[in-house]
Design a protein around this ligand. Structure first.
Ligand code: TNX
Length: 522
């Protein structure tokens, strides 16, 4: 053979090989790369195939089920071209159909779990509550080839290995935080992020709505907060804010994806945007200048003035009315210029205000220095001794340890965005920890869940944010969902590698960490 012939033959067989690799019929469900990792997967060695006859069947007369069915159809139809419809008229599913069914009695599944039974004929998801069906639907997406996530027509076959998945989360709060105060992110960016969270079964989005650099939510009784306080951001850009209508629209969008919104108004520190909008909130009664730098800890509300409490009451009354979720976040961090003897009575009073509006308080770990009311949640970020003080007062803890869970930390010294005051957080480091054994005094039963915050001093648009968020967010989603005993980095990194293609198809601009051997690496 001539050299060129050898090369041609080699190329041809390589092409053939890679084509067969792509079209290999999946038969082993235990090999599916699902994130977060399901609690149990049992394979039965066959294949289920979606065909042009496939439809999605849901129980009759339930709008919420129709919505979940339609959500799945809307995800699958553009790429598969199968034009699946949602059927809810009592007809029975046939070969190649998907069935979503509520049923009670499987108490192990809880409120968010699901069971998926896939045979050669039918893909059936059952759950006690709609949320469980919604999470089952996310698993269906991940059982299909990554290209299913594209929004243009792709070639099939659309096959899924058969077997049974039983799945439910270890923590009830699986969250992320977006700081829209340091740099403003508009409703469309937040909705995109909500879709991304939903794909990995996360259920809580904390919005950091106010800080020194910006106030991002319209408050009708204090209009200057948004108008003036929202008019800039870090670096001096034009900032922005959500109207109440836009905020409600985000809340609804999240609700449709089984995600609650937790609005935060940070106080008494981190308040320069408010102090600059209303002179009466300042000690001394003089408004401050707007601030576009990235220092922390220099501002405080006047904790001794009644106007301050009127302000807090008005703001939380309006926010409580707009927020169906159970929580309001009062911040409380880094109030370095508020004396402790002023900070404690302030936090005590603010807790009463939030409670009076029918909501449960969440605050950063410093609030445990005050006398916590029942049901308060302490968000551990910096000081374990504070969080332990909370536990000793009967509070539950939300785990956001900055050394592991801060998505604004750089991956390593070469990262283009991010800070590093809590250290570098490579993808393995961010994954390799267990919320229930990090601080010996904080036990599984004290913890409601985990949250990964993205502070936004260094990121100002969707692409920059995604560089820090992905792929780390997938790891946090898994820490919140999958029991620690079932997780290991060596196994996770293989599933994560397979998700490179999937994130790409989802339009996510993720950081290609060298800790992961990304499939189809460019
Ligand atoms: C500390 S975390 C802060 C934020 C900063 C962040 C930067 C917390 C409760 N306070 O104000 O944005 O560090 O990483």
């Amino acid at each position: 053979m001539k050299k060129t012939d050898i090369i041609t033959t080699a190329l041809a067989s390589f092409a053939l090989l890679s084509m067969t690799a792509c079209s290999t019929t999946p038969t082993d469900m235990t090999k599916a790369n699902i994130i977060p990792k399901p609690v149990s997967v049992t394979a039965t060695g066959e294949t289920f195939t979606l065909t042009p006859n496939s439809d999605i069947y849901v129980q009759e007369g339930m709008d919420e089920m129709l919505n979940i069915g339609q959500y799945l159809a809307d995800k699958l139809n553009p790429s598969t071209g199968l034009e699946m419809k949602v059927i809810s008229d009592g007809r029975k599913p046939g070969k190649g159909d998907i069935l979503l069914e509520l049923s009670s009695g499987d108490s192990l599944l809880g409120d968010e779990g699901y069971e998926m039974v896939v045979t050669g004929k039918l893909l059936k998801i059952t759950a006690n509550k709609p949320a469980g069906l919604f999470y089952g639907v996310q698993t269906v997406r991940q059982l299909l080839p990554a290209k299913v996530e594209l929004t243009t027509l792709q070639e099939g076959p659309w096959e899924i290995p058969t077997g049974t998945i039983r799945d439910y989360p270890v923590y009830s709060y699986r969250g992320a935080m977006r700081d829209v105060a340091r740099h403003f992110f508009g409703p469309d960016d937040i909705k995109t992020f909500i879709d991304q969270m939903a794909a990995f079964k996360m259920n809580a989005l904390h919005l950091h709505l106010s800080d020194d650099q910006g106030w991002r939510i319209e408050i009708k009784s204090w209009p200057n907060l948004a108008l003036h306080g929202g008019s800039t951001e870090v670096g001096g850009g034009e900032g922005g804010y959500y109207t109440q209508e836009q905020y409600s629209d985000i809340v609804k969008y999240a609700q449709d994806r089984y995600i609650i919104i937790i609005p935060e108004i940070d106080m008494p520190g981190h308040t320069n945007a408010a102090l600059s909008s209303y002179p009466e909130l300042n000690i001394g009664g003089k408004a401050t200048e707007l601030y576009t730098g990235i220092k922390v800890g220099f501002s405080t509300l006047d904790t001794k003035s009644e106007v301050t409490y009127k302000f807090v009451d008005d703001v939380f009354r309006e926010l409580a009315a707009l927020t169906p979720g159970p929580y309001l976040h009062i911040g409380g961090d880094e109030s370095h210029v508020t004396k402790l003897e002023d900070y404690i009575p302030f936090i005590n009073r603010v807790q009463d205000i939030v409670t009076a509006h029918g909501k449960q308080v969440i605050g950063w770990d410093e609030i445990a220095l005050a006398t916590l009311k029942p049901d308060v949640i302490v968000q551990y970020w910096a000081r374990a001794d504070n969080a332990i003080k909370g536990v000793n007062q009967g509070a539950k803890v939300l785990m956001s340890p900055s050394k592991y869970a801060y998505i604004d930390m750089k991956y390593d010294s070469t990262s283009i965005y991010g800070l590093n005051w809590a250290g570098f957080i490579e993808v393995d480091h961010g994954y390799n920890w267990d919320p229930a054994s990090l601080v010996p005094e904080i036990k599984r039963d004290n913890i409601i869940g985990i949250e990964a915050p993205l502070w936004a001093e260094t990121v100002s648009n969707r692409e920059e944010a995604e560089y820090l968020l992905f792929p780390r967010l997938l790891g946090y989603a898994e820490i919140g969902w999958t029991p620690a005993e079932q997780r290991s980095w060596d196994e996770y990194k293989l599933r994560l590698a397979a998700h490179g293609e999937r994130m790409e198809a989802m339009g996510i601009k993720f950081y290609r960490s060298s800790k992961v051997e990304w499939a189809g690496q460019k």
